[in-house]
Design a protein around this ligand. Structure first.
Ligand code: PRX
Length: 656
């Protein structure tokens, strides 16, 4: 960590927002930002209560802002009632029925637009269809869909009838889908026949069939299939029905089901440091408030904005900044089915030009791959509509930041480097574009009301210029409420006893520079960040070991990668003799395909190495630090005299 801290301290480039930007900003200037922070410090509950009243439509107003009776199970606004879909759709109907809600661009370039009025109608029709199928308040519905207007309709329809949705990224395997259906106790799946990405069709419904066919999905009753690709898919009578059939004859309106602010709006699975993904459970009121505030503060949301977040809706970024945040603000949002490099590396820039995008939010990994594929591409397009650029998902290296700033932003647009997590629900640490001067590679300062700090192992603040653990010292409205079905794990993971259960432990290492700016270094637990996708090393290990025919033992570590941030390196002991030469290449490929089947293609190890054994301590613990050094090709400085068989180190240095 020391080297990274040094590089922050030596980062002297500072970019203050232009006076013109400051003048028009929702939070205009440092004093305005500070005033909000001071208000939150002075009267924490008053601050959040005021904002919740101002920004949300409540069918029943709340009396209580924060209930801390049973920490860390905090409740926000819980005696108030509202509906997320009403807040995203109905409340815009009188003022802007014909405003475009979504501009959808398909993989092949076809553009479809839908207005707020039309979206409301589609959501009501599907909500009525779900009710007709017996789906009720509190039921869980799994959504496994392509980027499409329909995935938004599906999420909103669930929210409308108070069913809790769980969206699973379309790249996950049947096994992952099955695990999530079982864990959530889902009663229905909404899916599509297939999806298109980069000119290729990827099946979805067959994956759902395989998942359910694996067994254990006891609560599962219905599968609704949206026709996207037109490929023929088998339909199971009595269980499966086409979307069009389901909504046929359904009414255009559907009364929203009002719920307590604490009602679980969604569950989203994410990787942790064990083999089992965690169902992160979010609330309705606090979550939605966080979405709206961050749209207004961080993205400086204006009524005329065209907003484009390139994330997939299967990740939290898509939930908060494609679906709930933009719609609750009545914004026009761009949605894209494809990939940034198809048909060429100019796709993003061409889309910004075509749709006159004002706010563009993407991931450092996309930026790095576009720099590699076409550093001059942005210059071919008119990007003058862009006001703000954003990044999320992983640390952005200063070189990529500078390219984004000069080549895409033309040195005009503030860059908001936003730090947050599936668990935090919404953005937590980031520059406010009209207030906080930016520095390449720094997420800068916490949002008003977010009490972030960096502490040492004993929970004491480390102070400026030092590294430590990133923590949040007070609850915040959009925070996760628990891990679905596992409150103990929630407590242990995020509010560990080491800190007397009082601090939210983010799992990231960070440092603060002399200006109080935060720089997030990366995970301190066994979680990897590959192309902005979160993956547990244990998850990949469990997947490898599940191949009982080939694998006797496996250990997985991360190593820095220029393009993907981190890359997965797997050390494997096979059941038979250690494979070498061509055989080793063949087995490595087989294992990669196996992991893709177990988890999804995103979890495929980049590098697989075979050894007759793994390096272990005398007590039998795998020496992961040593494996990390080997994966990085570093000189081994650790004491290896205790190793039973030092020769394996030589074996493990060979990549396949
Ligand atoms: O390590 C941090 C990294 O991504 C993790 C959260 O991943 P996930 O829950 O998948 O959510 C990603 C999108 C919100 C964090 O613990 N991370 C996210 N944003 C940043 C970041 N690291 C550095 N800088 C960021 N801006």
């Amino acid at each position: 960590m020391a080297a990274t801290i040094e590089s922050v301290l030596s980062e002297k480039r500072v970019f203050p927002p232009s006076p013109e930007f400051v003048k028009q900003a929702n939070v205009s200037g440092m004093a305005a930002y500070q005033a909000l922070c001071d208000e939150a410090e002075r009267d924490f509950e008053g601050f959040w209560g005021r904002l919740a009243k101002e920004h949300l439509h409540w069918s029943k107003p709340f009396n209580r802002v924060l209930d801390e009776a049973n920490p860390p199970f905090f409740k926000w606004f819980h005696d108030g009632e509202l509906n997320a879909s009403y807040n995203c759709l109905d409340r815009h109907l009188a003022s802007q029925p014909d405003k475009t809600a979504i501009i959808f661009e398909a993989d092949d370039g076809k553009v479809t637009k839908i207005t707020y009025k039309e979206l409301h109608r589609e959501v009501c029709r599907l909500a009525n269809a779900l009710k007709a199928l017996g789906i009720q308040r509190g039921d869980r519905v799994l959504i496994y869909m392509p980027m499409s207007i329909q995935v938004v309709v599906a999420m909103q329809a669930c929210a409308r009838i108070a069913a809790t949705h769980s969206v699973v990224f379309g790249g996950f395997s049947a096994k992952s889908v099955q695990e999530r259906i079982i864990d959530a106790g889902a009663v229905a799946v909404i899916t599509a026949d297939g999806q298109f990405r980069g000119g290729r069709e990827i099946p979805l419904k067959p994956v759902v069939d395989e998942a359910i066919g694996m067994g254990g999905c006891d609560a599962m009753r219905k599968v609704i299939v949206y026709k996207r690709s037109g490929s023929s898919v088998p339909m199971t009578a009595g269980r499966d029905l086409w979307w069009d059939e389901a909504v046929k004859g359904q009414g255009d309106t559907c009364d929203p089901v009002w719920v307590s602010a604490e009602h679980p709006l969604f569950i989203l699975y994410t990787s942790g440091s064990t083999g089992k993904p965690k169902g992160v459970q979010h609330s309705t009121g606090g979550y939605l408030l966080g979405c709206i505030l961050t749209m207004k503060w961080v993205f400086d949301n204006k009524p005329t904005d065209i907003f484009w977040c390139t994330a997939d809706v299967g990740w939290v970024t898509g939930h908060s900044y494609i679906v709930y945040g933009p719609l609750a603000c009545g914004t026009t949002v761009v949605m894209f089915e494809g990939v940034p490099t198809y048909p060429d590396a100019g796709r993003f820039w061409k889309m910004i030009q075509a749709h006159k995008v004002n706010v563009f939010y993407t991931a450092p990994t996309a930026i790095r791959s576009l720099i590699k594929a076409g550093p001059e591409e942005p210059k071919k397009y008119d990007l003058s509509s862009v006001r703000i650029l954003g990044t999320v998902g992983e640390p952005i290296n200063p070189e990529a930041w500078m390219w984004y700033h000069t080549t895409v932003g033309r040195e005009r647009c503030p860059i908001v480097d936003t730090w947050w997590q599936t668990e935090t629900g919404v953005i937590m640490i980031t520059p406010l574009p009209g207030a906080i001067p930016t520095k390449p590679g720094s997420a800068t300062l916490p949002l008003p009301g977010i009490m972030a700090d960096i502490v040492d192992e004993t929970g004491n603040s480390v102070g400026k210029g030092k590294g430590g653990l990133l923590v949040i010292k007070r609850p915040w409205p959009a925070m996760l409420r628990t891990i679905w079905g596992d409150p103990e794990r929630y407590k242990k993971t995020y509010f560990p006893d080491d800190f007397k259960g009082k601090l939210y432990l983010a799992g990231d290492g960070a440092s603060i520079d002399e200006d109080g700016y935060f720089r997030i270094v990366g995970r301190i637990d066994d979680v990897l960040n590959v192309s902005g996708h979160r993956l547990g090393t244990m998850e990949v290990e469990s997947a490898l070991v599940a191949n009982s025919k080939l694998v006797a033992e496996a250990a997985v570590v991360g190593r820095p990668d220029e393009l993907t941030g981190e890359a997965i390196v797997a050390f494997v002991v096979t059941k038979g003799p250690r494979p070498t030469g061509e055989e080793a290449k063949k087995v490595a490929q087989e294992l990669r395909d196996w992991v893709a089947k177990e988890i999804g293609a995103i979890a495929k190890p980049k590098d697989i190495r075979f050894g007759e054994n793994l390096p272990k301590t005398r007590s039998g613990k795998i020496m992961r630090r040593l494996l990390r050094s080997i994966a990085r090709g570093e000189e081994i400085t650790q004491d290896v005299t205790t190793l039973e068989n030092p020769a394996i180190l030589e074996q493990l240095k060979q990549s396949q």
